[in-house]
Design a protein around this ligand. Structure first.
Ligand SMILES: [Zn+2]
Length: 280
């Protein structure tokens, strides 16, 4: 299978000349199975350009199907859904999985961002694509030859956060974002979930020196330590802070590659960048 990054930024879209190489769209990745399966994780603004790309193929004729996995419903993970043509073309099918919260269902959230207050679409009922919403659970989901597993990191009941692991045969990728490892239990769950993954995509907007306040975000060091302890083969830092220019990200990766060596790690370390296609 292959993973392609379509949005790698956290918090807010970040356009500008200083961000062109890594990109300014918010969270969205596409996972392509060997048999043509398509699974998309998060619908940040990166989903708009992915949607345009998909419209070059069967989605233009209304014969496309994709599975969406939503980690949580903060803006940077949902904002792209209303815009691309794939969503508005009758015949396309969207199978959407994600967490409901104490404030309402995932469907209600997406319906809300399409409400007349925010959008001329006037609600989910008016999008062209056939769509279904399923609350995510720890029961595995099968998408063709891909097995999807999910893990809750639900310390905020009004916006629970889940992580995803996708397996194809012996290969596995893990996607973890917006998580703070506040105790040993959550840490050991994460280590088990990411165990021996070929690819770990992990949010890392700050370093421990930069952010001591806990707003629920993981730090670069968290991602490194998880990759080390879970024995993953490759780590992509993800959900970059809007302040992180291309030059700053280059420097960050160089610095932490040395750190990986100092820690005795053997995994490859990179920063996720928009458009990059990775063979898992
Ligand atoms: Zn986020």
């Amino acid at each position: 299978m292959k993973l392609q990054f379509w949005g790698v930024r956290g918090y807010v879209p970040t356009p500008g000349a200083a961000y062109l190489r890594y990109g300014g769209n918010t969270c969205c990745v596409a996972v392509h199975g060997t048999a043509g399966e398509l699974v998309v994780i998060d619908t940040g603004t990166g989903f708009c350009q992915l949607g345009d790309k998909l419209m070059e193929g069967e989605f233009r004729q209304g014969r496309g199907e994709l599975t969406l996995l939503i980690t949580h419903t903060y803006w940077d993970h949902i904002l792209g859904l209303p815009f691309p043509g794939v969503v508005h073309t009758p015949g396309n099918r969207l199978n959407i999985y994600g967490p409901d919260s104490t404030r309402g269902s995932l469907k209600m959230v997406y319906d809300g961002i399409l409400s007349p207050v925010y959008s001329p679409v006037y609600g989910l009922a008016n999008i062209g694509a056939t769509h279904s919403f399923q609350p995510i659970s720890t029961e595995p989901i099968q998408v063709g030859g891909l097995t999807v597993r999910a893990l809750p990191f639900s310390r905020r009941k009004h916006s629970p956060i889940w992580a995803y692991r996708i397996e194809e045969g012996e290969r596995a990728l893990v996607y973890i974002t917006d998580v703070r490892y506040i105790d040993d239990q959550i840490w050991s769950q994460a280590v088990g979930f990411a165990h021996k993954a070929d690819l770990l995509v992990h949010s890392a907007p700050y370093t421990r020196d930069e952010q001591v306040e806990d707003y629920g975000h993981s730090r670069v060091e968290d991602a490194l330590e998880l990759a080390l302890e879970a024995e993953t083969r490759r780590l992509f830092l993800y959900h970059h802070a809007p302040t992180r220019t291309d030059t700053a990200l280059d420097a960050l990766v160089m610095h932490y590659r040395a750190e990986v060596v100092a820690l005795g790690g053997t995994f490859e370390l990179d920063a996720a960048r928009e458009g990059l296609l990775v063979e898992v």
